[in-house]
Design a binder for this molecule. Structure first.
Ligand code: CA
Length: 232
């Protein structure tokens, strides 16, 4: 059965653009430009995912998210033109499953939508610990815990963000540009080096030998990827 996605976006051009790309992926799409209508539609149609623009003319997107979450655990992917950190944090408090900052590429959006849908369907990353690399690394998103070879590891919010982003699709290469979304308070100009230095710190905490990393792997000229899940 095809997944149902509700797109809430008041800018018609973006709405139609997103609709086209998601339909091309075989998803069933409903759209609205009104926050009030979105709340009713979500209640009545129980979509598998809501793609929600924060800047809506009638009801603020934050409130739409809260209303939708109050009645059902529907995953929400937020579209925002406001890239400031406080909006990201506000989004986290809303319990958003992911974000895409405008302007975004259709490819990025489609990948994020699919990742959120997959998590919703499997529930594994959210509900319990997930093991990577022959069980050397365990991530429990719900408990906010990382263990390496049985030992709990303390990560900074940025390291946690990087690791859980990579863990969304193990084996997939994430560019530094994609990973910068998980880094708090960065200076855009030096973002590549910023990501590299956080990855270096992360490796010091989780790799057996940080100079020969097995869990977080570098893909030259492309970015980073997390080794596959043990049960994959
Ligand atoms: Ca808008």
């Amino acid at each position: 059965m095809s997944s149902l996605v509700l797109i809430v976006e008041d800018e018609q051009k973006i709405r139609e653009f997103v609709r086209r790309y998601l339909e091309r992926e075989g998803l069933t799409v409903l759209t609205t430009g009104s926050g009030a209508e979105a709340i009713t539609m979500a209640r009545e149609t129980r979509p598998d995912l809501v793609v929600l623009d924060l800047g809506l003319p009638d009801v603020p997107g934050e409130e739409v998210a809260r209303e939708i979450r109050a009645s059902a655990q529907i995953p929400i992917l937020i579209l925002t033109a406001r890239a400031e950190e406080r909006d990201r944090i506000a989004g986290l408090e809303l319990g958003a499953d992911d974000y895409v900052t405008k302007p975004f590429s259709p490819r990025e959006l489609v990948l994020r939508v699919k990742a959120v849908l997959r998590r919703g369907a499997a529930g594994s990353v959210i509900d319990g610990p997930t093991r990577f690399g022959d069980g050397a690394l365990t991530i429990d998103e719900a408990r906010h815990e990382v263990t390496v070879r049985g030992e709990a590891v303390e990560l900074t919010p940025t390291e946690w963000g990087l690791l859980t982003t990579l863990a969304r699709t193990p084996g997939r290469v994430y560019s530094r540009f994609e990973l910068i979304n998980s880094v708090r308070g960065y200076e855009f100009e030096g973002y590549e080096r910023t990501v590299d230095s956080h990855v270096k710190n992360l490796r010091r905490k989780i790799e057996r030998d940080p100079r020969a990393p097995e869990l977080v792997q570098t893909v030259l000229g492309a970015g980073y990827r997390l080794t596959l899940r043990s049960d994959a």
